[in-house]
Ligand binder design. Structure first.
Ligand SMILES: Cc1cc2nc3c(=O)[nH]c(=O)nc-3n(C[C@H](O)[C@H](O)[C@H](O)COP(=O)(O)OP(=O)(O)OC[C@H]3O[C@@H](n4cnc5c(N)ncnc54)[C@H](O)[C@@H]3O)c2cc1C
Length: 310
């Protein structure tokens, strides 16, 4: 609970009006979960700094949401401040385009990958096509090292500008960044503080608009064929174990169509859990337990969630 005095303090520091007791389900692709004590859309790094300091001073928890496409929110909600990035921290700008066709752009963490890919296609910049159809933000893509079709965001990053309470704003170069499969290994700084992604510099090449658009269309068509349509989900629920496919393991264990309340293992793609209408976090977690146990029993492999929990 945030007491009135702290509410007033936060309101003074935030540029945008704060949404108190704000339902989080609509901010996620799963459409599940309770409310946050406060949701703040941040527009500037100095505002972010002031808000985080206020949270620290008053011992208030905070979490960050990008597009909410890889998050399961607790039914009880989140008794703290949820921060989102607004328009000013979602912009795209060209930093450099050489005569030989090398391109460097800067992208705000709040920018959606859909907007970024459309912008790149319009400018004929190639290199990010693998990400077409990934519905997250640039910041979320960095944290998750999002990828598909043998490409991942780590491949195209030149640097990431981050903010942490320990060091403030700093730029981490490609050499210092350490990514693994669907994770950013050194997201925490030396003091153990989680770094927030503010923006990233991305290296691309000049290509041909038609080729870029065709590749993106092909990837989107493959997704349409393989992924559930019209039902809320958070993409792949589990990480693929080394050399294996989580979807294949779940399907082999006979779990396609398995249901707990309104949560179901998609009959289309076994690594997608779908919300059939009014699934709760409780249903998803119960389904997760069944799937993890049955797959372990059948294959000896323990699946790890790719989805983050809030
Ligand atoms: C239909 C569908 C298809 C998908 N396909 C793919 C796919 O092919 N490949 C793939 O990799 N993923 C896929 N995903 C999952 C998801 O889109 C990606 O993981 C994406 O990168 C998450 O971005 P987001 O902005 O939604 O992050 P969120 O879900 O909002 O957040 C994910 C995590 O990142 C943190 N975070 C978000 N932004 C920031 C920031 N600026 N600074 C610090 N922390 C931050 C959050 O706190 C959370 O821990 C899919 C999801 C859906 C629904």
């Amino acid at each position: 609970m945030i007491v009135q005095r702290v509410k007033e303090e936060l309101s003074e520091l935030a540029g945008n009006p704060i949404q108190w007791d704000c339902p989080l389900a609509p901010l996620t692709s799963f459409g599940i979960g309770g409310a946050a004590a406060a949701v703040i859309v941040v527009e500037h790094v100095n505002e972010l700094e002031a808000l985080l300091n206020c949270c620290a001073r008053n011992k208030i928890k905070y979490r960050f949401i990008g597009r909410g496409t890889n998050i399961l929110v607790a039914d009880a909600g989140f008794d703290g401040v949820v921060l989102l990035f607004g328009k000013t921290l979602s912009s795209i700008s060209l930093l450099e385009e050489t005569k030989t066709g090398n391109v460097r752009i800067q992208v705000g963490a709040g920018c959606s990958l859909v907007k970024l890919l459309n912008w790149c296609a319009e400018k004929s910049y190639t290199g990010l096509e693998f990400a077409s159809g990934i519905p997250g933000s640039l910041g979320g893509a960095v944290v998750m090292n999002a990828g598909a079709w043998s490409g991942e965001i780590a491949d195209v990053l030149d640097s990431v500008t981050v903010f942490s309470k320990t060091n403030g704003e700093e730029k981490i170069t490609r050499r210092e960044l350490d990514f693994g499969y669907r994770k950013w290994r050194n997201q925490r700084d030396t003091a153990g503080e989680k770094r927030l992604v503010v923006s990233a510099e991305i290296v691309l090449q000049k290509g041909t608009k038609e080729t870029i658009q065709t590749t993106c269309r092909e990837y989107l068509a493959k997704r349409k064929e393989k992924q559930p349509k019209g039902l809320k989900n958070a993409g792949s629920f589990f990480k693929n174990p080394p050399g294996e496919s989580a979807g294949r393991l779940i399907e082999s264990a006979g779990l396609k169509g398995m249901r707990c309340g309104d949560a179901m293992v998609s009959p289309v793609h076994a690594n997608f859990f779908v919300n059939m209408g009014s699934a709760k976090e409780y249903d998803i977690k119960a389904l997760m337990e069944i799937v993890v146990n049955k797959v372990k029993e059948e294959s000896g492999i323990e699946l790890q969630a790719e989805v983050h929990f809030l």
